[in-house]
Write a protein that binds this ligand. Sequence first.
Ligand code: ADP
Ligand code: MG
Length: 690
Amino acid sequence: MRVTEFFGENVFNDEVMKNSLPKEVYRSLRKTVDEGEPLDTSIAGAVANAMKDWAVKKGATHYTHWFQPLTNLTAEKHDSFIEPSGDKVIMQLTGKSLIVGEPDASSFPSDGMRATSAARGYTAWDPTSPAFVKEGTLYIPTVFVSYTGETLDKKAPLLKSMTALDLQAKRLLKLFGVECRKVATTVGPEQEYFLIDEDVYLKRKDLILTGRTLFGAPPSRGQEMDDHYFGSLKTRVSEYMRDLDETLWRYGIFAKSKHNEVAPAQHELAPVFTTANVAVDANQLTMELMKKTAQKHHLVCLLHEKPFEGVNGSGKHNNWSLSTDTGINLLDPGDDPEDDPRFMLILACVIAAVDNYQGILRACVASAGNDHRLGANEAPPAIISVYLGDQLGALVDSIVLGRQYVPKKAVPGSIGVPESPIFPIDTTDRNRTSPFAFTGNKFEFRMLGSQASVADPNIVLNTIAAQAFSDAVDALSGAEDFPKACKEYTEKLLKEHYRIIFNYNGYGPDWEPEAERRGLLNNKTTADAVPEFFKQENIDVFVRQGVYTEKELSARANISLEYYRKAINIEALTLAEMMKQEVYPAVNQYIAELCSVAASKRGEKLPCGTDTALAKRLAEMNEALYEAVGKLETDLGEMPAGNLPAAEKMAHVIVPDMDAVRRLSDGMEKLCAAKYWPFPTYTDILYSVK
Ligand code: ADP
Ligand code: MG
């Protein structure tokens, strides 16, 4: 079957709705989806019935409210459609069952927003994201709130942030005489991942329990030959990608690009962008299907941010833009941005927002896994800055520094081979080191970790942009000479926030001291970054834009710290166990063999002391390892109360303790005979897919 025929076959999409719903119902639903009109609940019965009929035809027997608790994952509880009817059953989905569900909320993270005794939580249908059938169940995307109305998920605040942005962007556009019904946030998340063989995976308890290797000596061949990036795909990988694409297409997900990434065994998948809410749901489903499809191929898809030390980790580039229902991309500079006051004002607002709220932008991508990327020399640094590229960079420089601006036009280029075509050369180069880069007609926020939900950065971006737009409207409304006032306000913003712009190498050694001089934040660990959420000015922006209450925000910050400390605790326990139970005894066995060989050469009886140079060295290292594990365990046993102090201890004591253990283990791995080493090595794992 052709892609065009099966694309979206598992989705209750627009076409299906149009064909199966009464006209009035369809029209009313579309108004809610397209224009944000409140949902007319009287249509729920008709929609539920059509959804059920469609799903049953696809083989579904159950339905579930699908939601996104504060775990980065999705949650689901399946109920069947059956209703007793005499001694038979009928298949039923009522309007009420479509609109609300009441899962027990007590076992989801809420940081005390809901006492265990008051377990009630509600899921409520989100009609802006399409329902779909998967493995015999109808999945209904929903938001998740507590009995007292606090949001317990990532979707509700995302939708609120999109509403805030829509409202403020429309106010701003009105100043320029542009009327539209909706301004939507568009998002295209590029997803990086590793693919390894299932057999090696199952031999590494650390991969199974923590998603990453906690130790492992560097392989003789890493990524230094630059031969993996965009390299030709191995057959097993290519078969996996093909299967994955087809699966995603059946769920209406616009999987577009796929290629090998920089590290051995690393790959990337990018979809075509869509509205933020749908993009977030699609990414959650994509991550799940990436893992499930891998199982079918006896592979394991690792979504952890840093599965292997010494080679690149995995991120998720969040491409973000704003577009009107009339088709204008508000971040499109056009050919002459210098003559486009609307674009320049919007650009200045985004720059100001990123500068003002750099702390929460960094905090919203903080996690134990991502700490290994940010600040290491491969992902963007932990310092937030904005890259504008040559064209806009020169334009902004001219405004701020009073330099002359020579417009750079896209010119036809040729590679000097007569047979090859002439093509337009972009006005802006790429910058891979910037955390927040302007890339043509969108910004690319590159700090997000590969396993994180895309919701968080978009909640923050939408909220802070909405605030900047709202400030601009307040400043400019009623201006006598609007063009003049707008120009002055744009210049003022660019001058005030010029420090956040950095068009050079973010990995270079000069950037950190330079950023410090500029007064930019540099929060290297989650424990340092997350407390930004507790600062009053940061609370205020979420409250003012109606995205989080103070209580909801602080709950999220605490949950983030709690997850961080728990993740590191699990890693530390796993490392200690693997060292004591397997590495230490294995090295001792090898030492014994070395000694017995030495002894038998001298005609002595066995066993004997550590009398070869290598045996001696290994024995010293192994005892040091035992001690280092002991220190790690002692430090773990003395955790201070409270999430923040515990997170700080994890960041500044436990992580270095684990590192010390790792150094000794990795050193011994290089010296130990292969047949004694109890785990697959980096070479075994990174080159496991033939
Ligand atoms: P890169 O050069 O960073 O690898 P790609 O071209 O692979 O970039 O991916 C760019 C991503 O940006 C794609 O997912 C694409 O759909 C997305 N994108 C393009 N335009 C927009 C837009 N206006 N809004 C949001 N995302 C966009
Ligand atoms: Mg990218």
